[in-house]
Design a protein around this ligand. Structure first.
Ligand SMILES: *Cc1c(COP(=O)(O)O)cnc(C)c1O
Length: 355
């Protein structure tokens, strides 16, 4: 039976990239060595790092005043490293509280300075994106989470901000074009839409650093990794490699604008079925629906319990919703083919007939 992977993260990657990474594990660039055995100072690896950075700059149109770096520690590490590097002593940062990850980011920033929450959607269990808030012009930065993986909302409009925007794009990175100039920093843990767990991508405006008045230990200072092009110490070689192969695949799909069209098509297909099928309902405000994580519930307890089993028996993997929302969550990341969404819709229709 074919397994369709709707897992929220770690999640589906292009088969082609996985196959190529297996070849790299066996024999990397005809060196006779595995990619995980070769020195990270070897010309073959250094070339891969340069190609990876160039590919990212090409995909997102990153100008030369930004740096691309790869760090360990996951996106969660950035919740503390960001204010450590960018929130000046005695300063204040603004945060938009749109879900669990945004709340965690807010919590960690408080270790480094004052935090002003401009708006929150916690009153409705984060089922919408707040609008019409004001961003204080004396904030060091404005932090947003562009896609809320757990609750299934996504920011379809990025506000104009009087201060640099920092965006956690862990679960919608490379899913659509962005205007990088709107941001001072974007970051993403790889394991949702870019690669396996173990590496975090940062794209950061270089002239913004070094202004906190704080001493930062070497490994935690972004400037260390910018100066050494992410090779100050041994980088997470394999996660970077498979992310690189995934982005090469993405480039062949027409880059971020090509994949955006497919992502729109996939999400529309599933939301249409959720709205049509009397057994299911969406959980979020319609205008804020995520194209990456589609959250929905069954209309009664019996249907919920039965669909869980019904869909799993038919090869739909990872559909169970996060415990804080319940119900179901279908993640439709870049690598998930349209045929998997068509299949899920057919399973939902088949399920309807059994009632
Ligand atoms: C998964 C996720 C995180 C946490 O990522 P880790 O790499 O596990 O620390 C942070 N933000 C968002 C939006 C996520 O989806």
């Amino acid at each position: 039976m074919t397994v369709h992977n709707f897992s929220a993260g770690p999640s589906i990657l292009p088969k082609e990239a996985i196959e190529e990474s297996i070849e790299g594990l066996r024999n990397f660039k005809n060196t006779g060595l595995s990619v995980v055995e070769i020195s990270h100072r070897s010309p073959q690896w250094e070339e891969t790092m340069v190609e990876m950075e160039n590919l990212i700059c090409e995909l997102y149109g990153v100008p030369s005043d930004y740096a691309v770096i790869f760090l360990g520690g996951g996106a969660s590490m950035q919740f503390t490293q960001i204010p450590q590097n960018l929130l000046p002593e005695g300063g204040m940062a603004a945060y938009l509280k749109t879900g669990t990850w945004a709340s965690n980011a807010t919590k960690e920033a408080k270790f480094w300075g004052k935090v002003h929450v401009v708006a929150s959607s916690e009153d409705k269990n984060f089922n919408y994106i707040p609008k019409g808030y004001e961003i204080p012009s004396d904030a060091a930065y404005f932090h947003i989470t562009t896609n809320n993986t757990i609750f299934g909302t996504e920011m379809h409009h990025i506000p104009d901000s009087p201060v640099p925007i920092i965006a956690d794009m862990s679960s919608d990175v490379f899913s659509r074009p962005i205007d990088i100039q709107k941001y001072g920093l974007i970051y993403a843990g790889a394991q949702k839409n870019m690669g396996p767990a173990g590496v975090t991508l940062l794209i950061i405006k270089k002239d913004w650093l070094g202004k906190t008045g704080r001493n930062i230990p070497t490994m935690l200072d972004y400037r260390t990794h910018i100066d050494k092009e992410s090779m100050y110490n041994t980088p997470p070689v394999f996660p970077i490699y498979l992310s690189y192969l995934t982005l090469k695949w993405l480039n062949k799909q027409g880059g971020v604008s090509g994949i955006q069209k497919l992502n729109q098509q996939k999400a529309a297909l599933l939301y249409n079925e959720i709205d049509r099928n009397p057994l299911f309902a969406g959980t979020t405000a319609v205008e804020d629906r995520s194209l990456m994580n589609v959250t929905f519930i069954a209309n009664n307890k019996e249907a919920e319990d039965r669909f869980d089993k019904f869909s799993e028996e038919r090869g739909c993997n990872g559909l169970k919703g996060h415990r804080s929302v319940g119900g179901f969550r279908a993640s439709l990341y870049n690598a998930l083919p349209l045929s998997s969404v068509e299949y899920l819709v057919s399973v939902m229709q088949e399920f309807e007939k059994t009632f």
